[in-house]
Structure formats: C-alpha cells, structure tokens
Design a binder for this molecule. Sequence first.
Ligand SMILES: Nc1ncnc2c1ncn2[C@@H]1O[C@H](COP(=O)(O)OP(=O)(O)OP(=O)(O)O)[C@@H](O)[C@H]1O
Ligand SMILES: [Mg+2]
Length: 353
Amino acid sequence: MARGKNVLGLDIGSSSIKLVQLKESKKGISLSSFSMAPLPSDAIVDGALMNSAAVVDTIAGIVQAQKLKVKQVAISVSGHSVIIKKISLPAMTPEELDESIKWEAEQYIPFDVNDVYLDYQILQTRPEQGQMDVLLVAAKKEMVNEYAAVVREAGLDPVVVDVDCFTIQNCFEINYGYPPGETIVLIDIGASTININVVANGITTFTRDISMGGNQFTEEVQKQLNVGYDEAEAYKLGGEHGVDADSVVPQEVERVMASVSESMASEIHRSLDFYLATSSEGRMSRIYLSGGSSKVPALARTLENRIGVPCELVDPFRGIQIDSKLFNLDYINEIRPLATVAVGLGLRKHGDK
Ligand SMILES: Nc1ncnc2c1ncn2[C@@H]1O[C@H](COP(=O)(O)OP(=O)(O)OP(=O)(O)O)[C@@H](O)[C@H]1O
Ligand SMILES: [Mg+2]
C-alpha cells in the first residue's frame, strides 16, 4: 500500500470494538465504513486482555461483515501500562536526544526501561535557559505486543500503535482546530477508563487516566435497585431504550446517575486541580467530552458546575462527510461520542509512526 492512504482505525475498548474507515480526497475526508460490536464484560479488565479469544473473534467478525480489503490498522492503548510525562532536559541536538532518551527516561517511569517502548516529542526549546521540554511516552512492551498479537490473529496488520489521548487529540484537531492561545481539556469517558488531556496552544501539557467510567453507573444502579447487570444497563440507557418513564424506577435511576456523576466530576476536578497547581499555563477555556458515558445527561452539566468551565460533547464527524445513502444518520448521531478514538485512529496514514 502506498504511503498516504488511510489505515483502518480500530478502537479496542473495554466494552466494545469500533472500526472506522476514512477516505481522504481533494474533496475532503469522508466516512467509508463504521462498525461496532460489543465485547463480553470480562474480556478486557484494566486495559489487560483477559479473554483474547473473544476479542479476536469480535474483531474478525466485524472485518468479515464489512468485507474490508484494507488490512493495515492503527490501534491505541491507555491505562496504567502507559506513562506520559512532560520533562525538561538540557538543550541538545535531536541526535543526542535520540541517544540519551532511554537513560533520561529511566528516572521518570516506574518500569524497567527495557520493558517499555519509548517515544518522545520535542515540545519546545528554551535557549535562554539552555533547556528543552520533551513529551515522553512509555508503553509496556508486554501490553502493546499482546494487543498487536490479537489484531494479527484477527487477520489484520497493526502498522500504527498510538495512545488513546493523542488519538482523541488528533481527532479533535482535524475537526475543530485549536483556538490560538487557549487551553482546552479533552476528556474521554468510556466504560472503564477516563482519559484526561489538557492541551494548551495545541500542545499536550498534562494527561491522566482514571480507572472509572460508565461501569460505575451500571454497578451503582445494580446495587441500589437490586437488579442484574443487563437490567441495570438498560435502566441506565433509559428512555432511549423503552423503559417506562412514568414508573418510580426512572426517578431512582436518575438519582443514582446524579450521584455517580457527582463523584466522577469530583475525581476529574481533583486531577485538574493538580494540573492547575503544577502548571504555568493559562486557565482552561473549555472542556470537550467524548466516549459513550459522555451521553449521561447529568454529566456535562455536573462537570460544568463543579469545575466552572463550559463543557460540550465532541463531534468526531464534524468535519467528515457522511453519505446519507450509505449510512443511517440517526444511528451515526447516536454513536458519535463513542467513535472519537476510532476516527482519530482512522485519520492515520500508512507509513506513520
Ligand atoms: N446513552 C447512553 N447513556 C449512558 N451511558 C451510555 C450511553 N451510551 C453508551 N453508554 C455507556 O458508554 C460506555 C461505552 O462507551 P465507550 O464505547 O466509549 O467505552 P469503551 O471504549 O468500550 O471503554 P473504555 O474506553 O473505558 O475501555 C458504556 O459504559 C455504556 O453503557
Ligand atoms: Mg474507549
């Protein structure tokens, strides 16, 4: 495949697999394929592949159903096995940095440096201080290799491995661009992980993953209403899925949703407070939410009130053409926030790192 063609974007989330194919031409970027398939709840736990066979089967099923010819895919990882840190180093040439990054990284990562894949990006040089700021990324080889193996077993070729929060940033950038001089916060709330990425002037300055997500809502509904998982999930999804709005159950569900939203918002607030206390960047101007749990109606409002920053949902298809003859637009509207990572990955080209 020639460089320049989009690879498939394959988001291996803990609750479902999403696959996006984009096509770039002179007329812009268009959606060629989107599909999504649920995973059993025990297949991926804390980012670790607990049931690889189920993941392989689900990916292979999607690929078959979509009759995709392209085999090259981009995937991404996140969670405790990924460390992202902004570090300051003495100014040096790119060659020197390339040689010394491994030794420099050692003191910043809690794993053996030989057990991780390292990547870095020079954020800025500060010649007056003889310093440079570098964004260091380390991902445990074991985890990356396991994900890549699963993808290969499903018949695909993983040519790009990215990190969730950079993927979301990439998707945001293509669709929205960056207002110059502003600091924005990208927050993806999935089923089991919250990824936070503070982007100042287009550059990542702080990231954090929190082990929380939509599962908290479901579990709390289960506990408070004394129902099983499937029933709780259906209550959580609420009106959309035909639960009778007049019964007392929805009120109880709403109360649970509100209280979990509060604790989630307070956890996010704590991370952002930490960022504000340790950073010299300007105040945050806006929060952009993605991930399936961003659809919890109370959540954006709760975050906005608690953090005091306007909060809106990201539309990953904002700048992407979607042919209404090929896609059911009602369905696309429903899944928009869930597609953010897959779209970010689908923007990658063959030959990218
Ligand atoms: N309308 C909705 N209201 C509330 N929650 C929703 C809605 N739609 C989806 N969700 C929740 O969003 C979550 C799935 O989102 P998403 O697909 O972004 O997660 P994931 O990528 O599989 O998980 P993770 O990124 O945490 O590994 C599930 O917990 C699901 O219940
Ligand atoms: Mg996800």
